[in-house]
Design a protein around this ligand. Structure first.
Ligand code: ADP
Length: 603
């Protein structure tokens, strides 16, 4: 059904009511006035007739001619037609016409009434005078010999023009007044309709603005001269709107807080309903499963997870309404991710199950670190255990007194001393590593990084290794511009270069050369780097070891390393020093032809 605005429901109805009232009042007023005026005229004419009555009676008895003359003169003076009618309708005299030629008037309504002894009146068109006339007749008691006990009639008539004119004027005025009243009624009806509909319109607009969050009050109650009921309604609605707005704001704030917490969680969270469709998922979950959190909503969770183990956990929780926890491995064809997964039932306010909530923590890195730690402890234990076992064995032999010859005892003690030195070297390297790591992790400027000349540092490193190199008849060659600068900590850089030089000397044949070259390298449009390369022409490293030689305790040839007093920690220390100086280290090696280790430092 088509609905009309309230204004168009009120305005036409109230206008129609006003219109009907005005028309009824106009009709009633016109009719009443017409009757009143007519009666007044009848009374007036009747009075005139009564004044003439006696004179007429006398003349009727005396002489018909005198009667006719009197009627003619009196009628002319009074502008009234005077007709005297006999008992049988014959006209005895008439002020305007010759009574001989006039037809009988006994059937005229006013005459009939007069015959019955009452005053009769009639308003009608006169065929004699050809216009509207008002006739008033009174009874004439004729008591002559001829007309004994007979009743005639004295009729006076005046043109109805005056009556019609007055009535016409009155009608015009009433019509004018009615039109004015209708106009006013229309204006007032409109005002009334607007007064009722406008506040409701305002309330509607206010409610719309309220729902869109633009406003917190519906209508200003001081406007429009509102009725008591309307202002009461508005006060109640305003109060309700304010409370509603407070609740909306509170809910919105809580929602935002929850949203912020939810989306900034590092754990991936997925909430699913009883039909296994996603209710919500956070950013971490979106990243993990490579899906937009908004797009993922309301979609089946199976298509998103694509993992039977995770699906089974969710289904178990939905089925049994219990919690589940497990470590699940994801493999997307490129990388492996280990997740610590917990699934709990999702409940509504009445503690009714409505779905499941799955929280996934990426523990890949922690697992890897844990493995590294475990491996490291095993390696350290193994590295320490070997010399300790040797030392213990020889010391026990010495204590048992099983060594007779003095030289043997000396030899044993030499071995014990060498193994103790080895232990010392391992512990020194471990301490060194731990110190560098701690310094790098503390992010302090205590590392004392500064842009300084490299030459003194490299020269000092060469000097340290020179003795060992000379012993093996290996030549050390330094190529470094004296003004070349790099951001570095001299003590740490010296330690790194000494480690690289020691390895180069260790793994080079005697008579060969080891080169240390430092040069600046400008990357196009990027920052400047300084490369420090330590190059030897030694045994080189097989390709398969290159990826791992910077790991702690990794050796390509364990026996040879031990024989040379290596700890397997030298390159790990170099790597950590490079990182602590915001640089890198890389290796290039050809088995049997030599190796080049390059330190890159910011210039
Ligand atoms: P190590 O104390 O055994 O030298 P490092 O960490 O310094 O331990 O080196 C790891 C391994 O890398 C060594 O055991 C060795 O096999 C290999 N290596 C390092 N530097 C060189 C080099 N210049 N030439 C050949 N092999 C090298």
């Amino acid at each position: 059904m088509r609905r009309r605005p309230l204004f168009w429901q009120i305005f036409p109805v109230s206008l129609l009511i006003s219109l009907c009232t005005v028309l009824a009042v106009s009709w009633f007023a016109t009719t009443t006035f017409k009757t009143f005026y007519y009666d007044q005229m009848v009374v007036d004419i009747e009075a005139r007739a009564l004044l003439l009555e006696q004179k007429i009676l006398d003349l009727v008895l005396d002489s018909p001619d005198a009667l006719q003359d009197f009627c003619r003169q009196a009628g002319r003076r009074a502008h009234t037609r005077i007709t005297v009618v006999g008992p049988y309708g014959a006209v005895l005299a008439d002020s305007n016409e010759d009574p001989q030629r006039m037809e009988k008037h006994g059937k005229r309504p006013e005459i009939t009434k007069a015959y019955s002894g009452q005053t009769g009146s009639s308003l009608r068109f006169s065929t004699t005078l050809h216009r509207d006339m008002l006739y008033v007749a009174i009874p004439l008691r004729l008591s002559s010999a001829d007309h004994a006990d007979k009743t005639g009639a004295l009729r006076l008539s005046v043109p109805a023009t005056a009556l019609n004119t007055v009535l016409g004027t009155i009608r015009n005025r009433v019509v004018l007044a009615s039109l004015l009243t209708i106009l006013l009624a229309a204006v007032f009806s409109r005002q009334l309709a607007l007064r009722i509909s406008r506040p409701l319109e305002e309330i509607k607009r206010g409610a719309e603005q309220l729902s869109s969050g633009e406003k917190i009050r519906l209508v200003n109650i001081h406007e429009h001269g509102l009725s008591l009921e309307m202002s009461g309604l508005i006060i109640s609605l305003n109060r309700m709107a304010e409370q509603l707005m407070e609740r909306i704001l509170l809910t919105r704030r809580q929602h935002n807080e929850l949203e912020a917490v939810f989306s900034s969680m590092t754990e991936a969270v997925v909430a699913v309903d009883a039909e296994e469709c996603v209710i919500r998922l956070n950013r971490a979950a979106g990243l993990l499963f490579r899906i937009d959190p908004q797009i993922g909503k309301d979609k089946p969770v199976q298509g998103m997870l694509r993992n039977p183990e995770l699906m089974e956990m969710i289904r178990g929780t939905l089925r049994n309404n219990n919690c589940a926890a497990a470590e699940v491995e994801l493999f997307d064809g490129q990388q492996r991710t280990i997740l610590e997964v917990r699934v709990v039932p999702l409940q509504d306010n009445e503690q009714q199950p409505i779905g499941a909530l799955m929280v996934m923590d990426d523990v890949t890195r922690i697992n890897r670190l844990e493995n590294v730690r475990r491996e490291f402890v095993a390696n350290v234990s193994h590295e320490l255990k070997t010399p300790i076992t040797v030392i213990k064995g020889y010391v026990e032999t010495l204590l048992d007194g099983g060594v007779a010859a003095h030289e043997d005892g000396n030899k044993f003690l030499q071995i014990v001393l060498r193994q103790a030195g080895r232990l010392d070297a391992i512990i020194d390297d471990l301490l060194s590593l731990s110190r560098i790591e701690n310094t790098a992790n503390s992010h302090k400027t205590s590392l004392d990084l500064a842009l300084k000349e490299l030459y003194p540092t490299l020269h000092a490193a060469l000097q340290t290794c020179k003795l060992k190199a000379d012993e093996q008849q290996i030549r050390l060659d330094l190529q470094c511009p004296p003004d070349l600068k790099a951001i570095h900590n001299p003590a740490l850089l010296e330690e790194a270069v000494i480690n690289l030089l020691n390895n180069a000397v260790t793994y080079s044949p005697s008579g060969s050369s080891v080169f240390v070259r430092a040069e600046s390298r400008q990357e196009s449009g990027k920052k400047q780097w300084v490369e420090i390369a330590v190059e030897d022409k030694g045994c080189g490293i097989r390709k398969e070891h290159l990826d791992r030689i910077f790991e702690r305790f990794y050796r390509c040839d364990k026996a040879r390393s031990r024989e040379n007093g290596g700890t397997g920690l030298g390159l790990a220390i170099v790597k950590h020093i490079a990182q602590s100086q915001r640089g890198t280290v890389e290796v290039e090696s050809h088995f049997g032809r030599g190796s080049t280790f390059t330190l890159n430092l910011p210039g």
